[in-house]
Design a protein around this ligand. Sequence first.
Ligand SMILES: Cc1ncc(COP(=O)(O)O)c(C=O)c1O
Length: 495
Amino acid sequence: MLTRFKSVPSRCMRAVYLDNLRTTPRNLIYHAPRKPASNTTFETHARGYVTAAGDPVAFGQRHVTKGIGRLTDAIMTKGEGSYVHFHDGRRLLDFTCGIGVTNLGHCHTKVSKAAADQCMELVHCQCNISFHYPTIRLIEKLIPVMPDPTLDSFYFWNSGSEAVEGAMKMARTITGRQNIICMQGGYHGRTYGAMAVTRSKTSYSEGFFPLMPGAFSTSFPFWHQLGLAPDTPEEELVRLALYQLDLVLKQQTSPSDTAAIIIEPVLGEGGYIPAPSAFLKGLRGVCDAHGILLIIDEVQSGFGRTGKMFNVEYSGVRPDIMVMAKGLANGFPLSCIVSRKELTDKLKSGSMGGTYAGNAVSCAAAVAVVDVFQKENILDNVNARSKELIGALRNLQTCPEVGGNIVDVRGQGLMVGVEFASPSYPAQDLVLNRSAPRGLASRVAERCMEKGMLILTASVYEVIRFIPPLNVTAEDLKKGCEIFAEAVKEVIREV
Ligand SMILES: Cc1ncc(COP(=O)(O)O)c(C=O)c1O
């Protein structure tokens, strides 16, 4: 039998602890951390759960599929608000939020309680068998916060990729057309259909072809991808991107064969680039002119991440289909496809469904998430902290010690990217800087971790993305910015 304590035993636990000490083999006992460890020896791993074979990290390295890349080979043991704990005693500020998921912080008490209560009531009710109350309550909560009143027909699933798959299935059957246009630099997931419209990095599809047929890509209005300078005026980017779309429709997939255009209103994995409103409006116009459906993927940018409940609200553009996930249930697996009833009524009964689709516990958590957004004024915090974050990063950009090595600070709300100079961009790239330090983004991310903060890179460019909790305090945000600034300066100095 394994003995496992979650934290240092309190006085009242001491008797149990001592009793366990007597009866449990030594390598199965939890040992309270004495001080944060800097190395990852077996001694430190042994402080938490220990497998029969010993070191649990080595066990994970051996038995968890190699197809998963990881920021750190440590074991996360606890999450509380903006912080996470690891098995080796480290407590880190989490500016990844599990890639934009735990937006209300880890284990938000109201969300966790709602899920726990639901666990004691009804855990699983398969969506093809009956309704359950958490779904009904969730839809009631979501309708008033939809970016357009026409979005009134919901389907819940588990992951973002599944929601993207479902959205494309719907678009094909509703329009009777096959092709989907996606954005260069876009990311929509790793299942076959979602992978086919993912164009942010070849590593997601390399070796997995053939993908779903009928996927075409067009330019996103991003200066980098168009080979332009960072200060290229937005109108010019939009003009070029809409022109490319026109060519795609004339040269690659005729409008009459095109079911949908899918776009993230802020490129996520592609480098944290908000789409200009004029571009989204342009897409809406093209879709309306040709009977093409506009699928807005708010999986990462939705649920308050960019300062409005959904990013598409900045442009006022109406999605025909919108997908969301991540922040929706703050860590419980839940995604959603929403469209208008007039369209979803065209789906054949039985064409949608899934064993775990719209799980009752996840839906109950999502109901609590929407409540917390309203009661805790989350959007106000996002907008206040966003100004501080962007301000701090712009100050850093102009700092003499940084010496021009930050070429761009961009984003909306708390979805903010910092791009560094690179000596290894192609010769045609206008921000190629042969004297810039190599691999700045990943080295800075690594240094931030050493200094107490988790942060992620993004895209094929040298980009770090800030995804702090939406309810992060001013103090923790400041701390994160200080860690980042120190890391950037140190890494640059080392070269
Ligand atoms: C915009 C976007 N769409 C879809 C997905 C896929 O979601 P999932 O990883 O839950 O399948 C992601 C995941 O990062 C995403 O950012």
